[in-house]
Design a binder for this molecule. Sequence first.
Ligand SMILES: [Zn+2]
Length: 191
Amino acid sequence: MLLVSNQLGPRPADATMERVAALTRHLWQGEARTRGGNHHIYDEQIPMVATTLQQLQKHGSAGSAFWRFGRKRHQSLLDAVGNPRREAAEERAYAEDEARAKAYRAEQQRREEQLAAEREARRPVCARCGEKFTDARWKGAAEYPPGPRWFPTLCQKCQALAIQAAEAEEAEQERQEHQEGRGGWLSRFRS
Ligand SMILES: [Zn+2]
């Protein structure tokens, strides 16, 4: 609502507007907010804007000739009717939220990278060839203790070689035992 007064007679226009403002406070007064910077919100309130012919002559209709009830300074008509402080505050609050979310994401990523690096540093290497374990090999080696055909300190390739060697040794042992057995039988036969 725009009120224009003309300063005539004994009562100054500013004092008249102050009085109108005081009487209509319940219609225009906003609620103070601080998030993003001090501002007011005016949901369902009526923007009461006052000027005088003298102000309009001095500043022009596009200038800071308008006083919105409850505000300290004169503004352009658009700023007086609108709520630039609220818009700025909301933009700042939004930017703060964005910055916080971005910092959080960066921190998460840093932590994940650190955990991955720490895990990589713990990855076992093959006791024979020094090659790094694959994830599957690492998991298996951690879960199962050494067994007859299971060498958890070796990589898959070296384990295959170790099993081959163990089998060859067993075969050799069997052959020798067989021979000794025959030898024993022969020697018994001979005696
Ligand atoms: Zn190996």
